[in-house]
Design a protein around this ligand. Structure first.
Ligand code: URA
Length: 271
């Protein structure tokens, strides 16, 4: 017997959900197979106004935005320009709100900038917001955030004594890891955020955060627990990669290593 159409549709939706596709990115379906059969668009020379960016490069003209998505290298340049102009965290947040160079902005509900105390001595940087963060507009508020809060409490810290941000401030669809390109586009903003917060200690939560911020290739199992030097732009501070709380939820046996890392942070703070 054929399954009822509504059952097939539900099974398909369940399949998508399980595969992590839990976000709506457009109002109407797009037939990508049909699009693939169409002849490739002819590449045209870059319009002169694109070569010379408008005065406010964080706000491309609507015509340009509609014509083509910004090329990644242009987006990185625009992000650098915008981030360096921000004199305060509020200005940086405003710059980031206006920035259209990262496509994740289009699928996210809202931007997730930061939480905690901008005067904190410890700054933690995660990867990207998940579903709960996308809804609430704050980093680490879901299950991994609850674990992070408990880990911080274990060394006498909480959100009034740390500052928390992410490499990428928009949720990637389905909570996938941001692509290296998305991370590089957003990197100038988080670098400026670190410079403006000016913490004594930087904690990179998870491999992608450590690799992006510290410019290292090794995976988190190799780098966690080690102190690195990080130049904020103002001065050199200590930085430590540790396991991401979401990983610890999946692999609770690894918590003992994260515990050691957090004890090192506590010790460093007391020095
Ligand atoms: N994971 C992250 O890396 N950041 C968040 O804000 C939440 C989950």
């Amino acid at each position: 017997m054929m399954p009822a159409p509504e059952n097939t549709a539900r099974q398909l939706l369940d399949f998508y959900l399980e595969a992590g596709a839990d976000a709506l990115v457009g109002e109407a379906p797009v037939d990508r197979f049909a699009a693939a059969d169409e002849p490739a668009p002819v590449r045209v020379a870059r319009a002169p106004e694109r070569a010379a960016p408008p005065a406010d490069i964080t706000r491309p003209s609507p015509a340009l935005a509609a014509a083509a998505p910004q090329a990644p290298d242009e987006a990185i340049m625009a992000a650098r320009q915008a981030a360096k102009c921000a004199a305060t965290l509020d200005e940086l947040r405003a710059m980031l709100e206006k920035f259209d160079g990262c496509a994740l902005k289009g699928s996210a509900t809202q931007m997730v900038f930061a939480d905690g105390n901008p005067q904190a001595k410890v700054m933690l940087v995660g990867e990207a917001p998940g579903r709960d963060e996308d809804i609430e507009g704050l980093p680490f508020v879901g299950r991994s955030g609850k674990l992070l809060d408990r880990m911080l409490a274990a060394i006498g810290l909480d959100r009034s004594s740390v500052y928390i941000a992410n490499i990428v401030p928009w949720r990637p669809p389905g909570n996938r890891t941001p692509t290296p390109q998305e991370s590089q586009i957003c990197l100038p903003f988080v670098l400026r955020q670190i410079e403006l917060v000016d913490p004594d200690i930087l904690v990179c939560l998870g491999g992608p955060s450590a690799q992006t911020l510290l410019g290292i290739k090794d995976g988190i199992t190799k780098t966690r627990g080690r102190w690195f030097t990080f130049n904020t732009g103002k001065r050199e501070i200590r930085a430590m990669p540790t396991f991401h709380p979401a990983f610890l939820l999946r692999s609770p046996l690894q918590k003992r290593f994260a515990w050691r890392d957090f004890l090192s942070v506590k010790k460093a703070l007391a020095e």
